[in-house]
Design a protein. Sequence first.
Length: 483
Amino acid sequence: MKSMMIFVLSIVCTIGTVYSQSRTANSRLAEVEKLVTTAQSQMVNVYSPETFKDLEKELKEARSDLLKGKSESDVHEKLDKVSNLLKTALENTQQVKKQLPELLQARSDAIISQAPEYAVELFDDGEDSFQKAVREIEDQDINGALKEGKKGEDYFRRAELKAIKATIIGKTRDLIEQAENIKADEYAAVTFEKAQAALADAEKTLETDRRAQASAREKAEHASYQAQHSIYLSKNIQEWRREDENWERIILDAESQVQSLGDLFDFELEFDQGLEMPVKNLASAIKSLKENNRSMSEELDQLNRQLTETRKELSQISSELSKSKSEEQQLKAKLEAEERREAKFHRVETLFNNQEALVLREGTRIILRLVGLSFASGKSDIEAQYFGLLTKIQRAIREFPYAQITIEGHTDALGHDTANMQLSTQRAEAVRTYLMANMNLEPDQVVSVGYGESKPIANNDTNTGRAQNRRIDLILDIGELTY
């Protein structure tokens, strides 16, 4: 698809001079600016930087000439240069993608692994080689580009591995060192050894295959848990050993915690034979509860199917009735439907305060700009503190249960384009996943899309503007009015 886009743009640019005879300079300038923006989405400014710099200079002069009222032929002449430069930049971009695919992939992987933060020197070395390689392409020196590309690929791959280790294993090492400092290897030796073994396993996994990040992360998280557990045990064992009476208190505390679970089931547990039997009783009760829950879930699914059928029947009946209505009745029904829709929209508006969401309306679309939903830097996980806001969003969706839902992720202009695009996509998908898990929605009813920094609503040069640009927009397309 991207290759096709580049091809189409190339064709359009080659016929640029035709426009000078048939279109005004103002309309052609708008067309060329649109082509340049589209080309930027293909990373033309990154893959052919020098040519693109010349292009921007000519485009700026064309705008200036138009504002100063210079002759249209002068403006067209500069726009012809812009078109030719854009065609050259597109051709250079195609060459970069054709000749240096391994370098581009290595660079993308390094950015995604947060190498610019955790492996700064290696990543910067890779960027230097990358810039040299694309300039060699612009100078039509393919051999020079391939040579620099190999160097850059090596730097990026090393930076990627270093960053992966830092993000996956770094915190775990710190925890194990903390455990050593309080003598966990002496007071909680078994648990401490489990932490060390899990960490070694995670490191071995990464050394063997850096693509196995999910497996290595899982092992590192297990190592962190064991390290934290050994710290907790070590601190308490050292405290408990000071007085013999502490052992009775420990056992009684454990019994009390088990009993607190029994209280949820109105069980009076007996501990005269230890913890084994009370725990078995609780396990049996929980198993029974899960079976009841599964049964209720099946009943709910059946009711939902019945409701769907009922809605279809009602829809059919409504369709038949509408055919027999007079023009006056139809007008009345339309007005009532409009009133109901307005009432629904008003209810959605009143659901949120200004710190939670802005409710906008564009034609048949209702836009919920979730100003109250934030993510940790570089993360896409939804924190528990926002579940209340997401519950309100579910209520808003239920006002328009048949609406097509689009969840858009946006970032500010800081950071790399590729990373911003991926992060915005992940955040939008996180909201979609949450809604799908908590509502009875059809999979094709909800889509998510990330736009990165490409659709700002404010100035990215200020903190306030960047904060507004970092957003999630949830769009309800309620369609044309039916009655």
